[in-house]
Ligand binder design. Sequence first.
Ligand SMILES: CC(C)(COP(=O)(O)OP(=O)(O)OC[C@H]1O[C@@H](n2cnc3c(N)ncnc32)[C@H](O)[C@@H]1OP(=O)(O)O)[C@@H](O)C(=O)NCCC(=O)NCCS
Length: 174
Amino acid sequence: MHGLEIRDSRDSDLPAIESLYPRAFPDEDLLPLVRTLLAGEPGILSLVAIGGGPLAGHILFTPGAITGSESRAALLAPLAVAPEWQRQGVGTALIREGLSRLKQDGVAQVYVLGDPAYYGRSGFSQETGVTPPYPLLEEYRDAWQSLSSGSVPPPGQGKLMLPDAWMQPALWGP
Ligand SMILES: CC(C)(COP(=O)(O)OP(=O)(O)OC[C@H]1O[C@@H](n2cnc3c(N)ncnc32)[C@H](O)[C@@H]1OP(=O)(O)O)[C@@H](O)C(=O)NCCC(=O)NCCS
């Protein structure tokens, strides 16, 4: 996309990330989670999209493990695009760069809980073998999706295990 730079976030991006989230998610306070992950979760992948002016977007990927599997996994969340930058390809570009980095790094499968109409555009499809850390409500089942990197065999069955910051039922429900 013209004029958009995607790079790893730096400590100096934190104020811009902190002002982005309430604008992208006016009804949800994801900042405590984002702060905790950025402050010290090992192996986190945090990318920002810079388009001139305020931050255009931010995406996080958290490494996880699948019970009964040796293969490496990651959770995509959250993804935030500034209102003035939405529907211009920023979210898609952040997803694409993150997936490419994770593939190079040997991550077998990336999971996301989100709108299938949106994530399906980036190749995600409903995941039925590996379950999220908490059971989902019936109406969210098709929102639980995954994408295989194709570089290593994906895990068949199991449960996604994530660091403590993600072990809050409220993050997986309405
Ligand atoms: C949802 C979000 C991440 C999408 O990022 P984006 O940069 O605006 O989206 P892109 O430009 O990559 O893709 C745009 C396309 O995706 C689809 N799309 C955009 N937002 C969508 C949404 N909320 N639901 C479903 N589809 C959506 C549209 O079809 C759009 O194409 P169109 O404009 O041709 O119709 C962004 O709008 C956002 O941050 N919203 C607020 C926070 C949020 O809901 N995040 C959800 C992820 S946790």
